[in-house]
Design a protein around this ligand. Structure first.
Ligand SMILES: [Zn+2]
Ligand SMILES: [Zn+2]
Length: 551
């Protein structure tokens, strides 16, 4: 039996792991990653599934732990390649259904609903779904009975003793497996740097209540649209404080609708203000939930911050609460948005500071990780869901306890472990794993080379030499034109461009008659010569795009 992590170990996002026993493979999660800034114009990043494509006839199913994008976001991009059934809890599948519909894939999808406490048999694997608490609803860990022993995959979790929906973390199930013997535990490492316990989702109540009551005018709360617990609490507290609620932003409206339909969100009749009435509604009696907590361009909150939202305007003494983590990488955009709000004299509250929290994490801190290790007492332990330092520290934390009887494996995406019949585990040769870049506008994969071009463009600009060639004689018509953008604004620019023109002339003159009739060769020669020259003169590598005009 092999476990093959294909994403999420040593990187944040795109969680995916394959389990293989004989000729049967199941895949746990298929998430995406939001790109770093340097991947210009790439909208999303998904795991490289070459390994699964090579073994396509063995792949039996994708099993999902929960609804977050870093666990389900890649499905629309990989499902057409794999054509396998998908298993997930009710809310997870409801959101996935919407996604697949948008991609025109719903008709061909085979979606199978599972529930916490239930089991599914897929080939040689028997999977029990164990309810765990996290920042969204309907989350499960997986206890996978394989021919060589039980593997537990926690998914994302924290141990919330007072969950908003009243459904507790199923400590008993983990303890039961611990008593039976667990071969290997794969566990969430996200918050390993935090000591103590992560606060309950309920911890935000005090501060939100205080802010809602004190707010002189309307309140806008922004959180992740999948944070159903948070949305529930905002609704409850708003009603309690004598305010009604409204919803803006596509993902917020969609998720609230889906969760409400599934009865996962309790919104009393008559408590919702219709979108078209928000502008005219009495501000002292209104709380609006808006998507866009990460200041995503064109999101509801980004528009509201510059007072450019169709349904809602904002101004002096309105209150905006960011009830979400400021995700590293998004700080600039978020703080720019917050600045806009302050300029409008809005009262803005965001994470940080000494008061009671307006946001809590959905991932376990050190003490919860220890509890889980102690309950499960696995033979082997493998940290997952984190960057390398987090995996490392999670391994170190497990090392300090006597909970793991065998080895702790610190591995990254692409590094398989084989579990043999005699209950031992070995590292095996890496398989192909990595990132695939997707431009969600075109839904097409982007080659690394495209991104490289974009990086050149952003850093060093573009140079377009335009050469007119007489189609009868093959001779140059006049001096070449050079158009530049984002390159050479300096005073010696003109001189460099003059020299560049000479280089183009020389390159063309020194070419053989055959070369001159083959424009692609001429273009390539000009590109190479100019690149060398410009790099030497300016230490830059602009994108060079020669254009040849026939005259
Ligand atoms: Zn999650
Ligand atoms: Zn996650």
């Amino acid at each position: 039996m092999w476990t093959i992590p294909l994403g999420g170990l040593g990187e944040f996002g795109m969680n995916m792991m394959a389990l293989r026993s004989g000729d049967d493979i199941i895949v746990v999660d298929a998430g995406l990653m939001f790109p770093e800034q340097e991947l210009l114009g790439v909208d999303i990043v998904i795991p490289d599934i070459s390994y699964l494509k090579q073994n396509k006839r063995m792949v039996r199913a994708i099993v999902l732990t929960h609804v977050h994008e870093d666990h389900i976001g890649a499905i629309p991009y990989i499902l057409p390649d794999l054509e396998v059934p998908v298993y997930g809890t009710r809310f997870t599948l409801a959101i996935l259904r919407k996604k697949l519909e948008e991609h025109g894939l719903l008709d061909d999808a085979d979606l199978n609903e599972v529930s916490p406490g239930g089991t599914t048999r897929i080939g040689p694997f028997e999977i029990e779904y164990i309810h765990v608490t996290h920042s969204t609803i309907d989350c499960v860990a997986l206890a996978i009975r394989t021919p060589v022993g039980v593997i537990i995959h926690t998914g994302d979790f924290k141990i919330d003793p007072t969950p908003v929906d009243g459904k507790p973390f199923d400590l008993h199930a983990f303890a039961r497996y611990g008593q039976e013997r667990v071969l290997a535990l794969f566990s969430d490492s996200t918050n390993v740097e935090r000591p103590g316990f992560t606060p309950s989702e309920r911890a935000v109540v005090v501060r939100l209540e205080e802010l809602f009551r004190a707010a002189p005018k309307k309140v806008v709360v922004s959180c992740f649209s999948s944070s159903i617990h948070r949305i529930q609490q905002v609704v409850d507290i708003a009603l309690h404080a004598g305010r009604k609620v409204g919803f803006v932003g596509r993902s917020m409206v969609d998720n609230v609708e889906i969760a409400h339909e599934l009865r996962k969100l309790r919104i009393p009749d008559g408590s919702v203000v219709r979108p078209q009435d928000l502008k005219s509604y009495e501000p002292t009696r209104l709380v609006v939930l808006a998507s866009g907590s990460q200041a995503e361009p064109l999101s509801a909150l980004s528009r509201i911050a510059v007072d450019n939202h169709r349904l809602l305007s904002i101004g002096e003494n309105d209150t905006v609460i960011l009830s979400a983590r400021i995700i590293p990488g998004n700080e600039k955009a978020i703080f720019r948005m917050i600045d806009h709000l302050f300029r409008r004299r809005v009262l803005v509250y965001y994470e940080g500071g000494r008061s009671a929290p307006i946001h809590v994490s959905g991932h376990a801190s050190q003490e919860e990780m220890k509890i889980l290790l102690q309950l499960v007492k696995p033979k082997y332990f493998i940290p997952l869901h984190g960057e390398y330092r987090q995996l490392f520290r999670h391994a170190a934390l497990a090392e300090q306890m006597a909970a793991v009887s065998g080895e702790i494996f610190l591995i990254e995406s692409g590094q398989p472990i084989e579990f043999t019949d005699d209950g031992r585990a070995y590292r095996r040769e890496p398989v192909t794993a990595g990132r695939v870049l997707v431009d969600s506008g075109s839904l097409e994969e982007i080659e690394e080379v495209v991104v490289r071009d974009r990086r050149h463009l952003a850093a060093d600009g573009v140079v377009v030499p335009i050469i007119a060639i007489d189609k009868h004689t093959g001779l140059l018509e006049g001096s070449p034109e050079i158009v530049t953008r984002g390159f050479l604004p300096s005073e010696d620019g003109a001189e460099i461009l003059n020299k560049a023109r000479e280089i183009i002339l020389r390159t063309v003159e020194q070419s053989s008659p055959e070369e001159k009739t083959d424009w692609s060769v001429i273009k390539e020669k000009i590109r190479a010569d100019l690149k060398r020259f410009l790099n030497k003169q300016t230490a830059k590598r602009p994108l060079i795009l020669p254009v040849i005009l026939e005259v």
